[in-house]
Design a protein around this ligand. Structure first.
Ligand code: FES
Ligand code: FES
Length: 130
């Protein structure tokens, strides 16, 4: 099955690959796996404590082209967004942007879940601090 041009672009030039300090109080880390295929995605966000705006995002994905493209895309999307805006992000928007075929929809779900997990981790840290 051919990948869409956008998937190939993100796959060949992934945005925001890397690691943030997962121990930092302003960093949230989401680690999710897809049981269907065994792919694993780690997505991290760095949040401005005062504004609640996501300043930076990084990912590492061990998985297929669509999973890498989905995580690359969401790191671009969440930057500059508030936590609530980022939490409202839907995998269908990712799948649509990347023109993912039905068998690759779970790759975009992985990216949505990773964003939600990163936000939950950040919020748990803030709650502990308070
Ligand atoms: Fe093997 Fe996604 S199923 S990389
Ligand atoms: Fe499993 Fe893409 S994440 S095939």
């Amino acid at each position: 099955m051919p990948y869409s041009e956008k998937v190939i672009d993100h796959y060949e030039h992934p945005r925001n690959v890397g690691t943030l300090d997962s121990d930092a109080n302003d960093v949230g880390t989401g680690m999710v796996g897809a049981p269907a295929c065994g792919d694993v995605m780690r997505l991290q966000i760095k949040v401005d404590d005062k504004t609640g705006i996501i300043e930076d995002a990084k990912f590492k994905t061990y998985g297929c082209g669509s999973a890498i493209a989905s995580s690359s895309l969401v790191t671009e999307w969440v930057k500059g967004k508030t936590l609530d805006e980022a939490a409202a992000l839907k995998n269908s928007e990712i799948a649509e942007e990347l023109a993912l075929p039905p068998v690759k929809i779970h790759c975009s779900i992985l990216a949505e879940d990773a964003v939600k997990a990163a936000i939950a981790d950040y919020r748990a840290k803030q709650a502990k601090k308070a």
